[in-house]
Ligand binder design. Structure first.
Ligand code: SF4
Ligand code: SF4
Length: 105
């Protein structure tokens, strides 16, 4: 039978909870902080990528120069993308978070 991994004790945790490893933001899923989620309204999107430029968490997914939705693991729900979306009929709506689907796309 495998031995469970030992959890770090308080002596192992950096003082103040500092992040000592550079470039590790991808490992931290901050979607749990969210109370509202951005929902992409695909048919209204003009693929200007303003949402991608303004998102402070790199949580807008872009492939081949086109908007593809959100990475809900890393989206904190700040709403900046929806505010900056310039489409005449908004292409991002902020909706109340559904706790059941917190990390679902
Ligand atoms: S709500 Fe905020 S964190 Fe989430 S995708 Fe939009 S700008 Fe990024
Ligand atoms: S800002 Fe709005 S219109 Fe522009 S790519 Fe994002 S969702 Fe589409």
């Amino acid at each position: 039978m495998a031995t469970p991994a030992k959890k770090p004790g308080w002596r192992d945790i950096p003082i103040g909870g500092r992040i000592e490893e550079a470039g590790n933001a991808h490992k931290y899923h901050v979607g749990g902080w969210r109370i509202r989620r951005p929902v992409w309204v695909k048919e209204n999107c003009i693929h200007c990528l303003f949402c991608w430029v303004f998102c402070p968490d790199s949580a807008v997914e872009v492939h081949d120069g086109k908007m593809h939705g959100f990475d809900y693991n890393h989206c904190k729900g700040c709403g900046i993308c929806a505010q900056e979306c310039p489409a005449k009929d908004k292409a991002i709506e902020m909706r109340p978070e559904d706790v059941e689907n917190k990390f679902d796309n």
